[in-house]
Write a protein that binds this ligand. Structure first.
Ligand SMILES: [Mn+2]
Length: 244
């Protein structure tokens, strides 16, 4: 067994109890690199507790925290305090309730966490990790708008729509996908296509298994393609509605 694993964690959406369960199932060690795909909050009730936990986790393990669109919306709310009705409807209400009970000091620490998030990570094997996608045919460094990295849905749509018989050498094969050996994303839950396990389309792996909705949380080993899943996240929060 490879001791130096690269493990990818899908969208958590404040499902801290599920996060603890999958990290335990995967038996993480200090040799592992943990890459979190973003969307730590907005969903279940434990937004503040989830961020506190991630801050602690980073002290002991190699963690890379990517930026999700929900993390950015929460950051904008924390720093601007203007209510965003759309964000409120899509999980922001639970997050704002969670932050209602914390000190200004804690908010400051969390603002620092949201600022420290990165829009993408590229590893030594030319594997790309990002929350959502990118649109430039030449790759991430040519992307015009940074927000695309955590809002785009066209990369996954492109990968899903690709004819499986189309050879990579074919003139019609999407140049976007050929820039990287593999691309790991979250953002668009696979529950939308009726699945609850990590899904691969072309060279894109989608690890968002719908933790904010009816799905479990997943941690995925990129070298072996082995994965571990929590119980469906809603079962940890029986008196809550989540984002349903
Ligand atoms: Mn998400």
């Amino acid at each position: 067994m490879n001791k130096n694993r690269t493990l990818v964690v899908g969208d958590i959406h404040s499902g801290l109890q599920a996060l603890k369960q999958v990290l335990d199932k995967a038996a993480i060690t200090e040799h592992d690199t943990l890459i979190f795909l973003g969307d730590y909050i907005d969903g279940w009730s434990e937004a503040v507790e989830t961020i506190d936990y991630l801050l602690e986790l980073k002290k002991k393990y190699n963690c890379i925290y990517l930026r999700g669109n929900h993390d950015e919306l929460c950051y904008e709310w924390l720093t601007g305090n203007a209510d965003n009705p759309t964000w409120f409807m899509h999980g922001g209400e639970a997050t704002s309730n969670s932050y209602a009970k914390v000190s200004e000091k804690t908010k400051e620490i969390h603002i620092g966490f949201y600022e420290s998030l990165v829009n993408y990570h590229l590893d030594s094997e030319n594997r790309l990790y990002l929350h959502a996608g990118f649109t430039n045919l030449k790759g991430i460094e040519h992307e015009y708008f940074q927000k695309t990295f955590y809002w785009d849905r066209t990369l996954w749509e492109l990968a899903l729509s690709l004819n499986k018989d189309l050879e990579e050498e074919h003139i019609h094969y999407p140049k976007r996908l050929k820039n990287y050996s593999e691309i790991y994303i979250g953002h668009t839950p696979v529950t939308r296509i009726g699945k609850t396990t990590p899904q691969k389309a072309a060279n894109v792996w989608n690890i968002d298994t719908g933790a904010a909705f009816k799905g479990p949380l997943t941690i995925f080993n990129v070298e072996s393609k082995e994965y571990w899943q929590s119980e469906p996240v809603y079962t940890f929060y029986p008196n809550e509605k989540g984002r349903n």
